[in-house]
Structures are given as C-alpha cells and as structure tokens.
Design a protein around this ligand. Structure first.
Ligand SMILES: Cc1ncc(COP(=O)(O)O)c(C=O)c1O
Length: 435
C-alpha cells in the first residue's frame, strides 16, 4: 500500500517558491494570537510547523494502518512495516545515501550524535586520541564528546571562529594531526547562520585519516543534501525541523562503519538471536533501532520529504536566501542593533542579533505581544556566546512559508522596541562578531 496514494498531490512551480501560496497548507499559521495579531512564526530553527499533508498522514496511520513493525504477521503490521520502510527509502533518496540500511531512525539529532559517541566512540577511541569540534557547535555536538572524553581520555580540540563568525580553516589545519580520529561539525550554525564548508573540511579530515560527522540539523531542512558529495561518514538531523513530527530523526552512517560498530541500546528488535547469557545483533539498520521505534512519526517524516521534494530543495534554498538577505539588510538599518555572524553570502536562513537595550528575553516577549515568535537565550550554544562576549541573543529563523511582509513586521517592531528602550546616556556595545 502506497502512503502517497491518498495524500493530496502537490504541484508547485519549482523555479520559484511563492510562500503565500503554501500558507493554506499550514493550519497552525492561520491563527491570531494576543487578540487580533496574525501569528508570525519565526522560530523555525527550534522547530518548524507541519502542513496538512503531514498531519493527514499521521492521522491516517493512527486511524487505519497502525500496528507494531517487523513483528506481527497480520494485515496492519504488514501495512505499518511497509510504510515505515518506504519512509526509510525516502530519506535515503533525500540525502543521497547509497543504501537504505545506512539510514537509522532515531529520536533526533541529539540521539543520533550520542549513538555515534557511545557506539563508534567507545569502541574505537582511546586516551590521547583527538576529536576536532568547533566553537560554534550546538550543545548536542559538544556534550556527547565531553562525556566520551570523561570515559576514555579522548582530547577535544576546537576550530576557532573569526569575528565575522566564519571557521578559521588555517587553525583547523594546525589542529589536524595523526592523533585526530574524528572531526564533528555543524553544517550550518544555529546561531550565526554560517554555512560551513563541509566538503572541504571532510576532504582535509580524510587526508589526515580522520572520520567526519556532520550535525546537519540546520541544513538538511533548508538545502539539498548529498552525503556522498559532502564526504560525510556520519550525518545527523531531526524531523521536527523539516515539517515532520517531533520524536523522529535520522543517523546516516557509511555502511562499513555501521556494520563494524557495536549496537548502543540493547533490547527487542536489535537482535538476531538471544540466549540467557549472550546475544547476536541484527543486521543493519535494525541493529541500531532497539525497541519499538517512532512508527507513525517516521512515516509522516516520509510525507514531509514528499512535500519538500515537490517544492524542490533548490527553490526552498533560494527563497530562504532571498528572505535572509532582506532581513539582514533591513535589520542593519536599526541603530544599536548588532547582527551576529557573516554576511548573507555565507549565511543560511536565520539572523541572530543583540540590541543595546533591552535584553534579548525582553525583546522576544515584546515581539510575542505583537504576534511574532522568535527565540531568545543562548540557543544551546553557551561556548559560542562566551566567545562572542554575550550571554544571550535574539534569533529570527525562517522557513519556506515566511514572507518579506513578515520580515518587515519584525524589523518595524524591533525598531519600536529599540526606540522605547533608548538609553539616556552612552551604553557599552557587547563584544561580538559584527555586521
Ligand atoms: C545545530 C543543531 N544541532 C543539534 C540540535 C539538536 O536537535 P534535536 O533537539 O532535534 O535533537 C539542534 C537543535 O536546535 C541544532 O540546531
């Protein structure tokens, strides 16, 4: 049974994405908040919204097709299993993996990275081995390696960033030695928006004999991804940041690496044979999918991929690029506003900033009163904020349904907030990468 059979067929103009024509697909975006304020959702870096096509698939699975997968010899289990494996194949094609068995369903990016740290890291790394990370990583790509370092004595190194929020590749070359076993980097920074040169970094890492893990949480939803062209040995991302449900994510790993890795979580489904005192693991991908997986979320992630594919990832990227360029230019007009990170050429679809006054939390709260949802805080990047000499920032992050009119509203409202809090005397500017 095809999951697509009853899903509304979507046809878009793939040469140009028109967000206004998509918005009807997103029921949640139709609402008003705080009385009569139309919702302007600019917190997509944290989690996106879902179109009807994804919600419908979730409902259909639960209303008609749901049973546990790979277990029952009955109609519903066969339907669920078939759709679950179809979703895996959609992910494979979406990221350009060679085999569907290289696609492991996890809970999300965090779970994927922890799986590599626990399974590959514990089995292969020893005291004195080195892992190269960057200063701009999300805590999800720092803490699992810190925990690994505590367990094994592995040494962590970090590629520093320039004041413009770009990686210092000369420093990377200096850090890369025969001791380096893994380079783990974000493809796009969730705060600076920096698009990192992953393929070039992977090329240099491989030349030094190291493997490469890509935290692609902020890139897979926004641009075409080809794990083979990138040279990724492992790649992690989350369904909820790309129109899919929460609770589902992906770990891609090269087959020979996954094959050689011991399973991390033990339990049902991940075994071939169990005796009272031992077990033999299942083949890929089941080896890394212990217990009942997120069945309906995985199938609905397949529907999210259908939606994105129908739009065309190039059109999505182009639209977001234009939007972020516009937001960058307009926000720059505001006196006392500092944009974190690089110029739009090097930037994906988000802009983080600080104001001289008030604090980012107050900015987010005042924006919310006007119906504009943004994120404020350290965005799970405390070391990056330390580097920038600030404790928090405000982030507007865009997706395919956002419009230039929403950017205008954001900018006008930020300007009003700034005016309201205009300092009486001169204030010290926070030290941070400049516009
Ligand atoms: C760059 C990056 N890595 C990892 C994560 C963690 O993703 P999740 O919470 O879905 O595991 C995020 C989420 O914001 C992120 O932006």
């Amino acid at each position: 049974m095809s999951t697509l059979a009853e899903t509304k067929v979507i046809q878009f103009d793939r040469s140009k994405l028109l967000p206004e024509s998509l918005r009807d697909d997103f029921p949640i975006l139709q609402q008003k908040v705080h009385g009569d304020r139309p919702l302007v959702f600019l917190d997509n870096g944290a989690s996106t919204q879902r179109p009807r096509q994804v919600i419908d698939v979730l409902r259909r699975v639960y209303e008609r097709d749901y049973a546990n997968v790979h277990r029952g010899i009955h109609t519903l289990s066969e339907r669920s299993t078939e759709q679950y494996e179809e979703a895996r194949e959609k992910v494979r094609a979406f990221i350009g993996a060679k085999h569907a068995r290289e696609v492991i369903f996890t809970q999300g990016t965090t779970a994927s990275i922890n799986t590599v740290a626990r399974s590959w890291g514990d089995a292969n790394l020893h005291a004195g081995d080195e892992i190269v990370l960057t200063t701009m990583e999300h805590h999800s790509n720092l803490v699992p390696w810190q925990q690994l370092a505590e367990r094994t004595g592995v040494v962590l190194r970090h590629i520093p960033i320039t004041d413009d929020g770009l990686l210092m590749l000369d420093e990377f070359d200096r850090l890369l030695t025969a001791k380096t076993k893994l380079v783990a980097i974000a493809s796009v920074s969730n705060v600076l928006g920096t698009i990192n040169p992953v393929a070039e970094i992977a090329r240099r890492a491989h030349a030094a004999g190291a493997l490469v893990l890509v935290d692609a949480a902020q890139s897979v939803p926004h641009q075409a991804t080809d794990v083979q062209a990138l040279g990724a040995d492992f790649l992690a991302f989350s369904g909820h940041k790309m129109l899919g449900p929460s609770g589902i994510g992906v770990l891609y790993g090269r087959e020979e690496l996954l094959d050689a890795m011991p399973p991390f979580l033990g339990g049902g489904s991940m075994i071939n044979r169990v005796y009272l005192d031992r077990f033999t693991p299942a083949e890929l991908p089941a080896k890394f999918e212990a217990g009942t997986p997120p069945i309906a979320p995985a199938i609905a992630l397949g529907a999210a991929i259908d939606y994105l594919q129908a739009l065309g990832m190039d059109a999505v990227e182009q639209h977001e690029h234009e939007l972020v360029r516009y937001a960058y230019e307009r926000l720059q007009e505001i006196d006392g506003l500092t944009i974190l990170g690089p110029t739009p050429e090097h930037r994906a679809s988000l802009v983080s900033f600080t104001l001289r006054q008030p604090h980012p939390h107050d900015v987010a709260q005042l924006l919310d009163q006007q119906g504009i949802a943004v994120r404020a805080g350290h965005h799970c990047t405390q070391p990056l904020h330390d580097r920038l000499g600030i404790t928090a920032s405000t982030r507007a992050s865009f997706y395919l349904y956002n419009t230039p009119a929403e950017v205008d509203l954001l900018v006008d409202t930020v300007r009003q907030i700034q005016d309201r809090f205009k300092p009486q005397g001169r204030q010290r500017q926070p030290k941070s990468p400049t516009k």
